[in-house]
Design a protein around this ligand. Structure first.
Ligand SMILES: Nc1nc2c(ncn2[C@@H]2O[C@H](COP(=O)(O)OP(=O)(O)OP(=O)(O)O)[C@@H](O)[C@H]2O)c(=O)[nH]1
Ligand SMILES: [Mg+2]
Length: 319
């Protein structure tokens, strides 16, 4: 059904159809998709994966439009995958993303995929991990994953990329207070976007503030997060972002730890899947579901402690 040779030759339509197959929830499609992934795996892994997050409207899509074109001018092929936790049903963001990335989406060296309809397994970004593998097999050497900075999606995206950038608005005062502290610790790069027109001075001040905030981070080890100002509309600062990423990739300690980091991500992903698949299987069996429900009532009625109920349940399942 999917022409594998066409896929690895980089045919964008074949890639799009292959990702659609991944996203299908039909069991027969699932089996085909797993075959395809197994075949694609040896051809994957050779890209650089970048996660981009930020509040709605900060300019993520506009930034990717500009940055993606810069990458292509440097000779790269760019795949953009969107993870949108707020619109799980048939991609409310499709039009928005494509129009914000109008030029990029028309280029042969770019592939843009809007948010998939997400199942519960593995979280909102579940399909995105698999889509990355297919994009890499199709020869895209930069993979950009865009997600809105709300909820859990930024953590999920962070756990599947090599480099994580957070876009910020230029009004640093409010932003610094509003930002979740943990998120700042995930960042390899803070991009103060909309550094143009009326807000250019604010943006400069924001860069200073974030630079100060980054100095205070205690979790920094191999790489100290960088802070840069950009205008996605005027295309300024975009080359700085590219240079910072190049510096990151060629820093010996980072390059040395690259494989280990990916291996670690795969290991964690494997464990998460095992956990979730066990739950899924158990809940699909009536007797286990009933057992769980009855233990649950005993717990809520304080007839059993949660721990001994959990032990009973496991003993039942593993007997
Ligand atoms: N002045 C200025 N406006 C910008 C810049 N980047 C984006 N915008 C504008 O900000 C608005 C939001 O841009 P998007 O790129 O859609 O932002 P987003 O973060 O992708 O938004 P969501 O996908 O909805 O979360 C649009 O009106 C853009 O034209 C910039 O660098 N400067
Ligand atoms: Mg967007």
């Amino acid at each position: 059904m999917i022409d594998f040779n066409k896929l690895i030759s980089g045919d964008r339509r074949t890639l799009a159809r292959a990702i659609t197959l991944l996203e299908s929830t039909k069991d027969s499609d699932r089996a085909l998709a797993e075959d395809l992934l197994d075949k694609a795996l040896p051809h994957s892994g050779k890209s650089f994966r970048i996660g981009i997050t930020g509040v709605p409207g900060v300019g993520k899509s506009s930034f990717i439009e500009a940055f993606g074109q810069h990458l292509i001018a440097k000779g790269h092929k760019v795949a953009v995958l969107a993870v949108d936790p707020s619109s799980p049903i048939n991609g409310g963001s499709i039009m928005g993303d494509k129009t914000r990335m109008e030029k990029l989406s028309s280029m042969n060296e770019a592939f843009i995929r809007p948010s998939p309809t997400s199942g519960s397994l593995g979280g909102v970004a579940f399909k995105t991990r698999e889509a990355i593998v297919l994009c890499e097999a199709a020869g895209f050497d930069f993979i950009i994953v865009e997600t809105v900075g709300v909820g859990q999606s930024e953590y999920e995206v962070h756990s599947m990329v090599d480099f994580f950038a957070i876009l910020m608005l230029p009004n640093a005062g409010d932003e610094l207070q509003g930002i979740k502290r943990g998120i700042l610790e995930l960042a390899d790069l803070i991009v103060v976007n909309k550094a143009d027109g009326q807000t250019i001075q604010l943006a400069k001040a924001a860069v200073q503030q974030y630079t100060g905030a980054v100095e205070l981070l205690t979790s920094v080890s191999l790489w100290k997060p960088k802070v840069v100002a950009t205008s996605s509309l005027e295309k300024t600062g975009i080359d700085n972002v590219y240079d910072i990423i190049s510096e990151y990739r060629t820093t010996p300690a980072i390059a040395g730890a690259f494989k280990t980091k990916r291996a670690e991500q795969n290991k964690n992903w494997f464990h998460k899947l095992v956990h979730e698949l066990i739950e899924l299987r158990l809940n699909s069996k009536k007797e286990y579901k009933d057992k769980r429900a009855s233990l649950e009532s005993e717990v809520t009625a304080e007839k059993k402690s949660p721990l001994s109920a959990a032990q009973d349940y496991i003993n039942e399942v593993l007997k």
